[in-house]
Design a protein around this ligand. Structure first.
Ligand code: DC
Length: 228
């Protein structure tokens, strides 16, 4: 039987269950999992820590040349994000980063640098990548493209719980405001805005469990892996 390695691109709004689904799917298939949002978050953290003025293109370009992002799988089989050799997996999820990451992601130079790295990571295929422009820009030739949605309250509760699991209590109103602002910036930016690719399949995760989401994705993935 001919089983080929494919690229699974999962796009959608924040807190729709993209990363949980992507991680679990990658684990079951033995694929690499890449959280492209973590890359934009790492860049944002670097900009904040080094006081890079996001409106100053010269400073942005200089900073980008000093940023190296990598992913490593830890002993618990969890992929963690490293910025210039430092594990930043926890810190990039903090609100100080969440508050301006969408603004940083609108910068063309930032996007070009990230897309280049993301394409390198997917060169061998056998990868699940989640984000906003994976099926439209990064891997327009991905064999499986998914677009995830969910209602705003469900998303806010999920994001709040995710933060709480990291011992970080954030008011629900603050979470809703952050998600709404990011949706607006992500969908209206000029450079590769969040869009559903024409050939992407939409999954509304409001009323389904993570296991159901993963089952659905695996079913679709297997049919593509067997196609010639
Ligand atoms: O997936 P996330 O919420 O951690 O992503 C953080 C931000 O990064 C999101 O608001 C928009 C940006 N992003 C992007 O512009 N393109 C991607 N492929 C992934 C994330």
């Amino acid at each position: 039987m001919n089983i080929r390695k494919i690229i699974i691109a999962i796009d959608g709004y924040s807190a729709c269950g993209k990363s949980t689904t992507a991680k679990e799917t990658a684990k079951i298939l033995g694929y690499k999992y890449i959280d492209s949002g973590a890359m934009y978050r790492a860049v944002t953290m670097y900009f904040l820590d080094h006081h890079v003025a996001v409106t100053n293109l010269h400073e942005v370009k200089k900073a980008l040349a000093s940023i190296h992002i990598s992913f490593h799988v830890n002993s618990k089989n969890v992929t963690e994000t490293f910025l210039n050799g430092l594990n930043v997996e926890e810190e990039i999820r903090h609100m100080r980063v969440s508050e301006i990451v969408s603004q940083v992601s609108t910068i063309k130079e930032v996007r070009h640098a990230m897309v280049e790295q993301q394409r390198k990571l997917g060169k061998q295929r056998g990868i699940v990548m989640d984000g906003r422009d994976i099926g439209t820009v990064v891997f327009p030739d991905a064999e499986l493209k998914l677009f995830m949605t969910a209602n705003i309250l469900t998303r806010a509760f999920r994001r709040q719980k995710e933060l709480l699991d990291r011992d970080y209590l954030v008011d629900l109103d603050e979470v809703i405001e952050n998600i709404t602002n990011r949706d607006r910036l992500d969908t209206t930016r000029t450079e590769s805005p969040l869009r559903k690719a024409k050939d992407a399949l939409e999954i509304d995760t409001t009323h389904i469990t993570i296991d159901e989401q993963v089952d659905e994705v695996l079913r679709m993935a297997v049919s593509r892996m067997l196609k010639n």
